[in-house]
Design a binder for this molecule. Structure first.
Ligand code: PCA
Length: 326
């Protein structure tokens, strides 16, 4: 015992000496919108651990998940304004700033992982260039699993969606709801269960990850597996803050980001089926869309693709062409 106590004392003394030495430490706070149980958050925590390890602790990122430091709507501006150096948000939340940010939220334009990866490959440069204008450097982006419908009854005829209070999480889901004749209401992911239980919303489209995390079976009975698009979360750093790091630290951040991108997409792919199984185990009816519903959703997708191309002009058309010709 005595021996261990001494070792502990020595360890503590060394730690104190290290802290008191010229060892420079940069502490970064990182706001993120989603809960700890969501794979994106787990991936970010791993990213922060990797950076800490690769820099020998000189860059220490603290993750503040689930809107606990800033609400989702403020995260981008808080990084841009340098209030925090790094953050995560849903890329398509920026649709009002530029249509390029909404490309990944168009139904059935890119509805599988392979397509979503291609779409990111052809749009990454344009997204990064736009964010660079705001003083932001893109570190990585990871897709959510495909977006599917959550309802309180079996829906085979799209007309059954008319008038439903429909949860939206960006401009595209608002537009989708409107095109289905439903009434959209913006609700943050962290508020889903409350919004359903208080009757603000009664239907939604989101991933099995978000559905399972919210225990959707407590407030909806039917999951229709449309997997209509795979929206992305993006991790950005304030460019000035990044450039203030040592070269070694910058390299460590970029390396950890590249690893997080690969790992995140793999996590996303892997959990799609597992989370659908969780919804089923919770008691939800899982089904494929009826022909009529699939046709309606395809039509909505075409309308939204046309609207997007119109808004995004030549640059947008060039990206869509590159995507389709790949
Ligand atoms: N979950 C987030 C965004 C997309 C998703 O699958 C949400 O529902 O808010």
């Amino acid at each position: 015992m005595k021996h261990f106590a001494r070792a502990g004392f020595l360890g503590a003394t060394l730690a104190a000496l290290t802290t008191a030495s010229a060892f420079a430490q940069t502490a970064w706070d990182m706001p993120t919108p989603y809960a700890d149980g969501i794979f994106h958050t787990q991936n970010i925590i791993q990213f922060a651990d990797d950076v800490r390890e690769a820099t020998g602790g000189s860059l220490d990122i603290t993750v503040h998940s689930a809107n606990s430091l800033f609400g989702h709507a403020e995260i981008k501006d808080s990084v841009q304004d340098g209030i925090v150096p790094i953050g995560e948000f849903l890329l398509s939340r920026l649709a009002n700033e530029d249509p390029i940010f909404a490309l990944d939220s168009i139904p059935f334009l890119a509805a599988s992982y392979d397509e979503a990866e291609k779409l990111w490959a052809v749009s990454r440069e344009a997204v990064s260039a736009k964010l660079a204008e705001d003083g932001l450097t893109v570190l990585y982006a990871v897709a959510w699993p495909g977006q599917s419908l959550y309802l309180r009854q079996e829906v085979t005829d799209p007309a059954q969606m008319q008038g439903l209070n429909f949860r939206a999480y960006n401009v595209a889901t608002e537009r989708l709801a409107a095109l289905l004749g439903a009434t959209p209401t913006q609700v943050e992911e962290t508020d889903i269960a409350t919004a359903f239980s208080t009757g603000r919303v009664e239907a939604m489209i989101t991933s099995p990850s978000t559905g399972a995390n919210a225990k959707a079976w407590d407030f909806v009975s039917h999951y229709i597996d449309t997997q209509a698009w795979l929206p992305k979360n993006i991790i950005v750093v304030n460019t000035d803050a990044f450039e203030a790091l040592t070269e070694e630290e910058q390299a460590a951040v970029l390396e950890a980001a590249a690893a997080a991108e690969t790992r995140g997409w793999a996590m996303s792919r892997e959990e799609t089926d597992a989370k659908i199984a969780e919804l089923e185990a919770g008691g939800m009816q899982v089904s494929q869309p009826s022909e009529a519903l699939a046709a309606k959703l395809a039509e909505v997708g075409e309308t939204m693709t046309a609207e997007w191309t119109e808004q995004a002009g030549e640059e947008g058309q060039a990206i869509i062409d590159a995507y389709r010709n790949q």
